[in-house]
Design a protein around this ligand. Structure first.
Ligand code: PEP
Ligand code: MG
Length: 526
């Protein structure tokens, strides 16, 4: 047995025979049999199909393929390929040459956030080249296997059929890549960044994937196999539990959903969510040139509020900047964007963007219990100023004759300073929500997107647990609900720690809800 350690990419366990990704691709020797225009048409059809398939489970993540469609139809890309073909280059070489040229441009921009765009571009290049040949990209393995590849692109993950693949493992990639985001949304266990797993493997080798621990066991011994097999049986085909779950020691826990699209409430409800813990409203602002106006935002928030059929919905105001760049809100480059002008800092200085959003959220409360929450709050003053602006907007709406019920106003706790003053914030805010993704990044000064420092960001480190404990305690002292809405809340190994700290509300991607509720119902922490 050989244990390889990478980075946890997508939670869960999978056991199966290795299928090497390269085996599934048409061989390089297969003859190019289609002209470029035909391959382009087929590639476009593929992307539309992938987008629609992914949208059924993960509408927000499906937008990765909308962006790829735009890239595929980019005149610069198509023009580059056609120019090379006209100059006599073989079609396949023309495609790889034009893609390489554009990738270089992205790389020269030196913006780490564009790295994902670069990967999407390479993904498109592979798809186009694959479509020049028959058969299509995804031939099927004979039985359910584990896909092992040097690198997996978003379309590889979206094209994985759960009947054929139980999980995946890769040499390259990080937990924050588009491929990882998709894998989590679609519920495929996987490990990234194993460096050279493809070198150790032969097709058909037995593998255990522990996506939660970031480990892969090659040729596992009987004891390890038995231990993991019992865990997979535990999570197979879980029933949907509706309503708050009670732990075995008698504490009631709410499990809510994090969503990033207007349609996300449907999936949340299907999976048994007790409400929406965070609506990441950036989805309304992405991939567009102009800011959405109040009415457009209201329509989206209304859809979510109505979709949750009376369950509470927390809508977070725009968290732009740093890892969430928005073309419709171009920001000046900063040396340290994660520590720069972002989130609420930006909203407080841009009332023309902030207030229409706040008004839309307040108006959406006519269609269901809605709360408003501010991201990246670092000081009490910031919270008080944001709340004052929201309260004036509420008075103004009421003066205009709109019937708006009281709307709870809360804050994210995702900067260590706000955890340290949680008692003051808990006195003022109606609820607190701990964003562990950023809280951990700032606590350890370790970029959440940088695999080189990923080993520092241990969610169960004493430093993180103390910060969470302080917030939980402050909420209890002031009678205000405290939830945890970062990835840590979906990590089965961290959940008992959170509950021990007194957390009674978790908010996670909808796919994790059934397993999380089941785990909670079995937890006995006394
Ligand atoms: C967090 O920081 O934990 C969080 C939930 O917000 P986001 O991941 O959107 O930054
Ligand atoms: Mg955050």
């Amino acid at each position: 047995m050989l244990k390889l350690t990478g980075m946890p990419g997508s939670y869960g366990i999978a056991i199966g025979k290795a299928v090497l990704g390269e085996d599934l691709r048409p061989s390089a020797q297969a003859e190019v049999s289609l002209p470029f225009e035909e391959a382009l048409r087929l590639a476009r059809d593929d992307l539309i199909r992938l987008r629609n398939e992914v949208a059924a489970h993960a509408p927000h993540e499906a937008e990765i393929f909308s962006a790829q469609l735009l890239m595929l139809d980019d005149p610069m890309l198509q023009g580059g390929i056609r120019r090379r073909i006209a100059q006599g280059e073989p079609v396949e070489k023309a495609i790889s040459g034009a893609i390489a040229e554009l990738t270089r441009l992205f790389r020269e921009l030196k913006d780490p956030l564009l790295r994902e765009r670069q990967t999407d571009l390479e993904d498109i290049g592979r798809r186009l080249s694959g479509r020049l040949r028959k058969p299509p990209l995804s031939a099927c393995p004979p039985e359910q296997g584990i896909l092992v590849a040097r690198e997996l692109f978003p379309s590889d993950i979206a094209g994985m059929n759960p009947e054929q693949y139980a999980g995946f493992a890769t040499d390259l990639g990080t937990p924050t890549s588009h491929a990882a985001i998709l894998a989590r949304s679609l519920g495929f266990p996987g490990v990234f960044g194993l460096k050279d797993i493809t070198r150790y493997l032969r097709p058909g080798d037995i593998l255990i994937i522990d996506g939660t621990a970031g480990a892969v066991y090659l040729d596992p011994d009987r004891e390890t196999l038995r231990r993991y097999a019992s865990r997979t049986e535990d999570t197979a085909r879980l029933p949907i539990l509706r309503g708050p779950v009670m732990t075995a020691h008698g504490v009631l826990i709410l499990v809510k959903a994090n969503i990033g699209s207007a349609g996300g409430s449907r999936q949340a409800l299907e999976m048994g969510a007790d409400g929406i813990g965070v609506v990441r409203t950036e989805f309304l602002f992405q991939d567009r040139e102009r800011l959405p106006d109040e009415e457009e935002q209201l329509a989206a928030y209304r859809q979510i509020a109505e979709g949750m059929e009376g369950r509470p919905v927390i809508i977070r105001t725009l968290d732009a900047g740093s890892d969430k760049p928005l073309p419709c809100l171009p920001l000046e480059p900063e040396a340290n964007p994660a520590l720069g002008w972002r989130g609420i800092r930006l909203s407080l200085e841009m009332p023309d963007t902030f207030l229409p959003q706040v008004r839309a959220i307040l108006r959406a409360s006519a269609f269901g219990p809605v709360g408003v929450m501010f991201p990246m709050i670092a000081t009490l003053e910031e919270f008080l100023k944001a709340r004052e602006m929201a309260e004036s907007a509420l008075q103004e709406l009421r003066r205009q004759g709109r019937d708006i019920p009281p709307v709870p106003i809360g804050t994210m706790i995702e900067i260590p300073s706000s955890a340290l003053i949680a008692d003051a914030l808990a006195r003022e805010a109606d609820f607190l929500s701990i964003g562990t993704n950023d809280l951990i990044q700032y606590a350890f000064a370790a970029d959440r997107a940088n695999p080189k420092v990923a080993s520092l960001t241990d969610p169960r480190h004493e430093a993180v647990l103390r910060l969470i404990g302080m917030v939980s305690e402050a909420g209890r002292a002031h009678g205000k609900p405290v939830s945890v809405c970062g990835e840590m809340a979906a990590d089965p190994e961290s959940v008992p720690f959170l509950l021990r700290l007194g957390i009674t509300e978790l908010s996670v991607s909808p796919v994790f809800i059934p397993a999380l509720k089941r785990q909670i119902s079995k937890l006995d922490l006394v």
